[in-house]
Structure formats: structure tokens, C-alpha cells
Design a binder for this molecule. Sequence first.
Ligand code: ATP
Ligand code: MG
Length: 249
Amino acid sequence: MEIEAYKKAKSILDVNFFVVETKKKINRNELEGKEQEFFRKAGGTRPDLTLSDIHGQKVVVKDFRRSAPLFSFLIGPILVHREKAALIRLTGVKGVPQFAGGIDRHAFAMSYTPGTSLDKLENVSLSNGFFDKLTEIVDEMHKKGVAHCDLRSRGNVILGEDGLPYVVDFAACVLKGRGLNPFINWLFARFCEADENAILRIKQRLAPELITDDERDILARPNRLERPAEFVGKTIRNITRFLLARSRK
Ligand SMILES: Nc1ncnc2c1ncn2[C@@H]1O[C@H](COP(=O)(O)OP(=O)(O)OP(=O)(O)O)[C@@H](O)[C@H]1O
Ligand SMILES: [Mg+2]
């Protein structure tokens, strides 16, 4: 009896006051044979992204199994692990995908957000309300201890069909530790600032008429960690691209 209770406790992780079933599992067989819509097919360092259906719920499956072999074997599982950890921490936060289940070390599923990512938007004007809501979502993420670090890539923000913003792609995120180390906490706060600046940069790019004088001042100030945050986000991918290119020579 005790052993059963212990096993159950191990399979449940208490994340910031939410009790989350981290071991929620989806069998690949449940996906295979079903009609799937590809957002993008895997290749090189990129995963397959498919829209699928699990027990009547639409889910997006991110799957590195068919990325370049070395990447799929070595880096894919790390990215899957990181993104899963972030999504589990963000359980209950509106505006980010909800973890829908692990599949294996190469793939996981998350809830689907119908809409258009900002890199594909054409002739749509975004309102102040959109940016205020985006800031709210990002603040909530930070409170849960997740800094996104790749918000400058506009593909990672979606204009939902409901007109609201959504944030995706937590592969490059930085998770705040539970310790009280002041330096680590200071560093995390700088990554959070970099996220906030990234929102202003999106606004400057897609709705420059909405930028206020205060925001212009913030953008003019160099943020020492804005680039490093982007750096953290992009480095894993760049190093592996380099390694993959070398391994093919
Ligand atoms: N949960 C989701 N709901 C709806 N669309 C999604 C979801 N997750 C990802 N997408 C779509 O797929 C695109 C790519 O997803 P994501 O950024 O997570 O993958 P990636 O491999 O990190 O890609 P990239 O290198 O382009 O950043 C997003 O721009 C978005 O349009
Ligand atoms: Mg992305």
C-alpha cells in the first residue's frame, strides 16, 4: 500500500501550487493512422509539428524523431524535456499552450491555439489591448518562474482567432531555480526584462504608431542581457547546426 502511494507521489510534481500529472502519456499508436495536418515537416534541426486529435481534443504534436539523425538523437530529447518542464510549470496560465501529454523522448503534445503567428500576419493592425494582454501573459509566465528568451522571433507569438495573443515555443526558455541565490535571481530578472523589451520590439515593428515616448526611451537604452537572452535561445540551435554541417562533410 505504502509503495503504491510512494509511486503515485513520484509521478506527481507540485509545481508552484499546482499539482500536475507530469507522467500523462500518449501512445504513438493513438496518433498513427489518424489524419494529421502538418504545420511543418521535420528537417535538420526542426521538428515535425502536426495538428492531431486525442480523445476528441485537438493537440499540437512536436516531434523530433524525423529531424536530422544526430540532432534527433542528442538535442531533440533535451529540447523536448525543457519545453515540457516549462509547459508543466505554466499549467493554468491562459495564453500559453497547456501540456497535453508526453509521447516519448522525442515528442510531446500540447493544446492547440487556432490563429496566425505574427511572422505570417499581413495587413492586420494590432491594438494596444493586444500588447497589454501579451504583457499580462508574459508577466504571469515570469511569476511562475519561466522566462521565454525567444520572444523576438515573431513566429512565437500567435494572434488567436479570438483576437487575443498567445505565446508558444518554450524550447529556449530559462527556468527560475527554487533557491535564494541572489545572483541567479538577479540574472533571471534580467532575462524577464529582455522578454519585456522583446514585446516592445514587436510593437515597434508591427504597430510603430502605438509606441509611447516612455517605450521609445526604454528601447533606446541598451539592455545588457537582451542580446544574451537571445543568445541563450539561439545558441543550442546554432551549435548543433554547426556540428551537423561538420558531421556531413
Ligand atoms: N500550440 C500551438 N498551437 C498552434 N500553433 C502552434 C502551436 N505550437 C506551434 N505552433 C505553430 O507552429 C510554429 C512553429 O512552432 P515552434 O516555434 O514551437 O517550433 P520551432 O521548431 O521552435 O520553430 P522555429 O525554429 O521556427 O521557432 C509557430 O510559429 C506556430 O505557428
Ligand atoms: Mg519558434
